[in-house]
Design a protein around this ligand. Structure first.
Ligand code: FEO
Length: 394
């Protein structure tokens, strides 16, 4: 397993995980992922940027061995999460002279999570540099992408940014660089939606912080490398800065067809009024697709039948997830049905305190929906279309 040269003295030494289908025992990975490590050979010193997930540490060690790396001076730890840090103890064992370079916050976390001895660390401040001889590493503190301790590394002479998780994509590939921009855009959007979206405000600041850096290559710790960084920088600026669009996301469940009928009616009514709808039947939905749809939607309408007086548990899960992901939503409404009594609207409303939204009047049908319910759904569609127009959501 050979290292792959990106530029003279800069090598990809990561591992591709074709088979992984779930991350953090939560996030679906339809296309696998990669854990990217990078070796930098300077005139005087050698540095390794991040490690790999522990089950794949043999791959990293093999690539280093093939490259003839006998000694490492600095191991840069951008992030304490174990898919990049879990192999650090083994790396430090094999390369005992290496110092672990990280933020003060990350140092504490690596001691807590991996029991790395304190004397192994060098901590760096924001914008501090370390020289490898003819290569200068600048460390850019970027907390909350997506943990509190994270930093980016900028290789000044070569204009390469190593942002760890930021700008990454869960995509297994043999190509070092992007060959299919559409596929990578889709994977990066999924990654942003599931992992970075709750930290949108922090990411706005980080994008401003790096906007004057000359960047030829972005080498993230998951997915292909960007040799045309404009693709991902433009996408992130749109995701974090742009207003939401004229889109309704409609996650729902139907048990006996009543809520289904209401959903179908509302979707048609919205489409007739020029509103784009993304409908997700939660009994068959890839939850990552729902998260991706939330990136730029202006409104979410939640559809639920009543189960034991409350919302269907799958719907409650989707509401909980939307609340945690903190998308740009401006409006929320609830539609659904019940047999004899329901507190689904109140219970769902209580599950989304993070969403700073205007709540539009719910439509709950007793039994199968009738004329009055369809009229109420038409009225809801009209309200949504008008609200979107007033805000110029395009
Ligand atoms: Fe790829 Fe937050 O770890």
């Amino acid at each position: 397993m050979k290292a792959r040269e990106i530029k003279p003295g800069i090598y990809w030494v990561g591992a591709v995980d074709w088979d992984r289908r779930l991350f953090d025992a939560l996030i679906p990975l339809p296309d696998g992922t990669s854990y990217n490590s990078y070796l930098l050979k300077g005139g005087d010193k050698v540095a390794l940027i991040d490690a790999v997930d522990p089950p794949m540490e043999g791959v990293l060690l093999n690539r280093l061995s093939q490259l003839g790396v006998e000694s490492i001076d600095y191991v840069i730890a951008s992030h304490a999460e174990q898919d990049h840090s879990g192999s650090l103890p083994r790396i430090l064992e094999i390369y005992p002279n290496a110092k672990l370079v990280t933020t003060p916050k990350c140092k504490g976390m690596l001691i807590d999570l991996l029991m790395i001895p304190e004397e192994k660390f060098i901590t760096v401040n924001d914008k501090e540099t370390i020289s490898l001889g003819d290569k200068t590493l600048e460390f850019i503190h970027a907390p909350w992408v997506h943990w509190p301790e994270t930093m980016l590394t900028y290789l000044q002479e070569d204009k390469v940014l190593f942002p760890c998780d930021l700008f990454g994509s869960h995509l297994a590939a043999t190509d070092l660089y992007i060959t299919d921009e559409g596929k990578v855009y889709e994977a990066a959007r999924r990654y942003y939606a599931e992992i970075m979206m709750p930290f949108r405000i922090n990411i706005q600041k980080h994008l401003e912080k790096i906007k004057d850096y000359e960047i030829d290559i972005i080498a993230p710790s998951h997915g292909p490398i960007y040799n045309k960084p404009a693709l991902i920088l433009k996408a992130y600026r749109s995701w974090v800065f742009d207003p939401p669009r004229n889109i309704v996301v409609l996650p729902y469940i139907s048990m006996h067809g009543s809520t289904q009928k209401m959903v179908e009616h509302l979707v048609e009514a919205l489409a007739e009024r020029g509103v784009t709808v993304k409908q997700f039947n939660l009994s068959v939905t890839d939850i990552g697709k729902l998260a991706m749809a939330l990136v730029d939607a202006a409104t979410m309408v939640i559809g639920t039948p009543t189960v034991l007086v409350g919302p269907h548990p799958n719907v409650a899960y989707a509401a909980f997830l939307a609340n945690a992901l903190k998308p740009k939503l401006q409006f929320v409404s609830i539609i659904g049905s019940y047999g004899w009594g329901s507190r689904a609207v109140e219970q769902l409303g209580g599950m989304i305190p993070n969403l700073k939204v205007e709540v539009l009047g719910p439509v709950m049908s007793k039994g199968f929906p009738r004329e009055a319910d369809f009229k109420a759904l038409d009225s809801l569609a009209e309200t949504i279309a008008q609200k979107h127009k007033e805000h110029n959501f395009a």
